[in-house]
Design a protein around this ligand. Structure first.
Ligand code: UD1
Length: 435
């Protein structure tokens, strides 16, 4: 398994290009199942989660082509998806187990074919991750849903029926799934307590361009008027706000100065304000956002995760890491996932001072220095927190289980090296050769 080796102590300075958003791209790929035409997605990130989703769609009968492309002078990927007819209506366990977001095929396939089987994902490192909201909404739309042999079997006679649905929690996944399902339903569907994340607005924009009638995205009430069919389009994926926030934390923790090219301030209001409160200068530039922590004396701040536009749970681990060397105490409260402090025991091994209280809160007391260690990545975002600690720790830090990072950070070492970090990937084959 690959590892990442970091020698800490370098101040980071320069520009980092922010890739297309993984969490926007995954439902967009699945929306292509709603039409027999070609859907082309540009500014796609090169990530293992995208590859996993592509593998699943190929298994369902989608023809996928990939092209090298450029966005604002930076190399990216463009993918085109064409599902003239699905050859399978089953998302098997082996695919879903690798990536939970595979459940995004549920809504589109049920809407187009009236039938689908998706392996129930089960929990993961950060929490139980139920799917009751998705399934209850589909039942309210007329589907018969059963769990058989670990699979969700959903069927509907004729078309799904539009109706008024109120989610008990503003779930991102359920909002995307039900929005997609409702585009081809009979009549109008209203989702109350819908999630408001920018990735949902991006999906609504794609669906609208495909001929769907969606309104209210970005608010807690989304309305979808069903249409007979959708057509192909080309769409550019929005920049990844979580990747941008992660590199903003890298600039701040190293007291560096990084311009995040393509990052959008409007999708990052809460984390950017937190950086300002911590003592970092944040400004909008013609091409993105400038994070300037040169000579900054960082002061600890409290963080509480919340649904968008609140502080994103997917930046909690990285901003907790930022507080490790800030002055004073910071209370970090996680409200979305029940097990999202797995990075803490690893950070303690690097000399951090953190006390976790129950499942929801951690108190970080700033320390003068961290020291490099061998650490283990536990999930995608937690892994980046370890990288951040490694960037300022004295000596060498080795982050094991790098496959977590490859799920969500495109060319991480290259991007960090480009702004002055001393970082390298040690592949398993390098290690074997060295033995
Ligand atoms: C998405 C993101 C993930 C992020 C999360 C919250 C993708 C691929 N993943 O995950 O990175 O951390 O949003 O911003 O976009 N819930 C239920 N029942 C359900 C569904 C969810 O109770 O049927 C609860 C969950 O337990 C959790 C909360 O709703 O407490 C939010 O989950 P949800 O927004 O669905 O997360 P995902 O879409 O899985």
């Amino acid at each position: 398994m690959d590892k990442i080796k970091i020698t800490g102590g370098n101040r980071l300075e320069g520009k980092i290009f922010i890739s297309g958003a993984k969490n926007a791209a995954l439902p967009l790929i699945c929306a292509s199942l709603l039409t027999k035409d070609t859907v082309t997605l540009t500014n796609m990130p090169l990530l293992s989660d995208i590859k996993s989703m592509n593998d699943l769609l190929e298994q369902l009968g989608t023809q996928i082509d990939c092209f090298d492309d450029f966005v604002d002078g930076h190399s990216t990927k463009t993918y085109s998806y064409r599902t003239q007819e699905a050859t399978s209506l089953t998302a098997p366990y082996d695919y879903v187990r690798k990536m939970r977001a595979s459940y995004y095929v549920l809504g589109p396939l049920l809407a187009r074919y009236g039938e689908v089987q998706v392996s129930l994902p089960g929990g993961c490192a950060i929490g139980a991750r139920p799917m009751d909201i998705h399934l209850s909404a589909l039942e309210q739309m007329g589907a018969k849903v059963e769990i058989i042999n670990g699979y969700i079997n959903a069927k509907v006679k004729g078309k799904l029926k539009g109706c008024h649905i109120t989610f008990h929690t503003a779930s991102v996944g359920a909002t995307c799934n039900i929005m997609m399902a409702a585009t081809l339903a009979q009549g109008t569907t209203t989702i109350e307590n819908a999630a408001k994340e920018p990735e949902i607005s991006d999906l609504a924009e794609l669906l609208t361009a495909m001929g769907a009638k969606v309104s209210g995205q970005g608010t807690s009430t989304i309305t979808i008027e069903g249409v007979k069919e959708l057509h192909g389009v080309a769409h550019k994926v929005i920049p990844d706000r979580i990747e941008a926030g992660s590199y903003a934390a890298a600039a701040a923790i190293t007291r560096g100065k990084i311009e995040l090219i393509n990052a959008q301030t409007q999708t990052l209001q809460c984390p950017l304000q937190l950086l300002r409160d911590t003592g970092v200068k944040v400004s909008e530039t013609a091409n993105g956002i400038l994070i300037d922590a040169t000579n900054a004396k960082l002061s600890g701040q409290d963080i509480m995760t919340d649904y968008y536009p609140g502080f994103p749970t997917d930046l909690q681990a990285q901003f907790l890491a930022l507080m490790l060397t800030a002055d004073g105490a910071s209370m970090v409260t996680e409200t979305i996932w029940e097990n999202r402090f797995m990075h803490v025991p690893e950070l303690l091994r690097m000399g951090a001072n953190i006390n976790v209280h129950g499942h929801a809160s951690a108190i970080v007391r700033g320390v003068k220095k961290l020291s490099g260690a061998q650490v283990m990545a536990t999930d995608l975002r937690a892994s980046f927190a370890l990288v951040l600690a490694g960037l300022v720790a004295e000596g060498e830090t080795t982050v094991n289980r790098v496959y977590h990072l490859d799920r969500g950070y495109e060319r991480l070492e290259e991007k960090l090296k480009g702004v002055g970090a001393k970082i390298e990937r040690i592949s398993e084959s390098d290690e074997l050769a060295a033995e």
